[in-house]
Design a protein around this ligand. Structure first.
Ligand code: ADE
Ligand code: ZN
Length: 335
């Protein structure tokens, strides 16, 4: 358990312009929306929001998430309504740029075309927030129904990129590197969850075989120094979610999280919440955890924020402005 931060540090964290670049939209379902559907059943806060809560295993976590998400996400309008609330919460934390993914499996479960889900999320974006929408898929997603959808998706208006998620023990299938290369050729950004529950070798595979520069988690790269060196040399960014990693037991405690070593070795890291429905976290909580559990200084927290803007899909002027604003907050606190 890490101690609370000072009010000064909380203020510093709040005032930093921030990004969130690893967020599953179904895992960000605002609890208040379930409460509106069934006030009695959802009257109590969830146990999984306690700081010392641990999920039994990934499957246990995933089952709880899917069971709840399926009650809300039934139509494109429901994606719109959830996204409205999620984006308002991010703006309230002074988050300026977001990358979020929706799960390709929902296209199959719900029978809704992917472009309709995409359009619903985009139409919820408020002024002051830049949002890029990705489609996430499992390692075994290429089936009779989704295969043609995946073959077609790089052409969709408003799709920023692809992400690979779900259980990491499934093998990488041949369709995936092909689709990832096709997506990049069409100008999309490609990501992959690797080195969360799988070994460092999965991070190497994501970089060398899938060709991604954006690793989601990447925690277990710490088990092989050569993989950390490869990640740095290839210019990769790790979009880390420390509170998710502790609650899913990828690391036993925050103080043991390798983000400190990655950061010190010069690997570009960002921080995000992953699935706030199931972890009860905010982006500001992630910054606070780095401050109090891993002794990140204000300067170092500012660098994490700047890393997010460095990899963001923003025009040069907006990127420069956001980074300058981060520097101005640091200067203000030091002065
Ligand atoms: N989907 C939602 N959260 C995930 C996580 N932490 N790892 C892999 N897939 C996920
Ligand atoms: Zn994730």
């Amino acid at each position: 358990m890490y101690p609370p931060i000072t009010p000064q540090t909380a203020d510093f964290i709040h005032r930093l312009p921030k990004t969130e670049t690893h967020l599953h939209i179904e895992g960000a379902l605002p609890y208040q929306l379930l409460q509106q559907l069934d006030p009695e059943r959802f009257s109590q806060p969830q146990a999984c929001w306690a700081q010392d809560f641990k999920w039994q295993c990934f499957e246990d976590f995933e089952h709880h998430l899917i069971e709840h998400a399926m009650q809300w996400f039934t139509t494109p309008e429901r994606y719109y309504e959830a996204a409205k609330v999620i984006f308002a919460g991010q703006l309230a934390q002074n988050i300026r740029y977001v990358e979020t993914s929706f799960h390709a499996g929902m296209i199959q479960f719900l029978g809704i075309p992917g472009p309709e889900i995409l359009a619903a999320i985009h139409s919820a974006v408020p002024a002051g927030l830049e949002v890029r929408v990705f489609m996430g898929m499992a390692r075994d997603s290429y089936n009779e129904v989704l295969g043609p959808v995946l073959d077609d998706c790089v052409e969709w208006d408003g799709l920023a990129g692809l992400d690979l998620h779900g259980v990491e023990y499934l093998p990488l299938e041949a369709w995936t590197p092909r689709l990832w290369a096709k997506a990049r050729a069409a100008g999309l950004t490609t990501k992959a969850h690797a080195g969360e529950f799988g070994p460092a070798a999965n991070v190497r595979e994501a970089i060398e075989l899938l060709g991604v520069q954006r690793i989601q988690h990447g925690v277990r790269a710490i088990e092989d120094a050569a993989v950390v060196d490869l990640a740095i040399a290839s210019g990769a960014t790790f979009d880390l979610c420390p509170i998710s990693n502790v609650k899913l037991n990828v690391v036993q405690e925050l103080e043991a999280h390798p983000i400190r070593q990655f950061f010190d070795r010069g690997l570009r890291c960002t921080i995000s919440t992953d699935d706030p429905f199931s972890f009860g976290n905010t982006v500001e909580d992630e910054y606070a955890a780095l401050s109090s559990g891993l002794q990140f200084s204000h300067q170092e927290l500012a660098q994490i924020a700047k890393n997010g803007f460095e990899v963001a899909q923003l025009d040069a002027a907006t990127r420069t402005k956001c980074i300058a604003e981060v520097d101005a907050v640091v200067a203000d606190f030091e002065g």
